[in-house]
Ligand binder design. Sequence first.
Ligand code: FES
Ligand SMILES: [Fe+2]
Length: 372
Amino acid sequence: MNSYTATALGIDIREIDRRLAENWSLPTRFYSDPEIFSLELEAIFARRWQFFCPLHRVKNPGDAAVRQVGRFPVVVVRGRDGRLNGFLNVCRHRGYTVVDKDKRSCVRLVCRYHGWSYNLDGSLAHAPDAAGDAGFRSADLGLRRVAVDEWGAMVLVHPDPEAAPLRATYPEMFRTARETGFDIDANDWIPYREVVYDIPTNWKLWYDNGTECYHCPNIHSASFGDAFNVDPELTTIRLGEGFTSYTFMSRKERSSNNLTANNFLSFQLFPGMTYIVHDDFMHMTGMTPLEPGLTRHTAFYMGMRGVDEERLDGWFRIWDDTYREDNEVTAVQYENLKCARQPYNRYVAGREAPAQHMNAMVWKDCKAALLA
Ligand code: FES
Ligand SMILES: [Fe+2]
């Protein structure tokens, strides 16, 4: 499948197996080494379902949304038949971007470089002046497909067009969602705000942070830790194949404002999709690793239809502060660990099992690619 080998990358597979089993991290050079980054894009991000956008971005025929998925530029468009189509956003002529930004009600997808146009089903509609070109077969020049699926108010993409559907890939996650009553109807939610966080850190440091709440009482004492009771006794964590899920209790008494939530339930699908719902506030996020030391985290915040705008503002401030606090610490970790004098970090198993679970998934995918 690729040319990555453990020897060429200087990786001792047995040593990493042992370290992870003994609550150590992946080797810290994995956070900054460009070759490891490249391996991860191939072994993980080319081979898994990932967050793409909220469903409202592609609600009607002709609506198109664009986003980077791993190293793949992707466009998702709703066809005339009402179905979602996913394509590589790369023109079959000479590789320019076909759709440059999210659009509404397109009749065709038109590449602005030389004007090739595509139907909403990806077939080539017209290539200027190509009609008399010997051997030019429009039927062979449609956009290349990726797989698309939906979950509640969310669209997901898999770079492999032959990938098994989301529910067939993650039956345990969907069983957990059913058992916990996690059932999102896109019609109940309206878009509130979108924020793109570009974080100067490695995606795995971002991920560690987002999956453990060991840091919540310290780093988030005035944000998340103030809104929710982060006592591990009051938190339910579920770890399954490809996912983590959390339930938190809201604080009854609030020091800084009077927002409370009666329930909190989250799902994180590896790598990088997050779905967080509490009462009338929801957000879904995706993560794109751009460079070894640059990670894009995009959050779409939504409110339940009819909810008070001030309440949305309050919850948004809590979450936005929380993420900015996370971004700050993970950027510092990235810089510190680059010095390579600390070859492994040590987790606290009782408090950081979800982060370790995520690391095990990273390693499982990388190891499979190295042994292929
Ligand atoms: S690259 Fe798209 S029309 Fe030329
Ligand atoms: Fe955090």
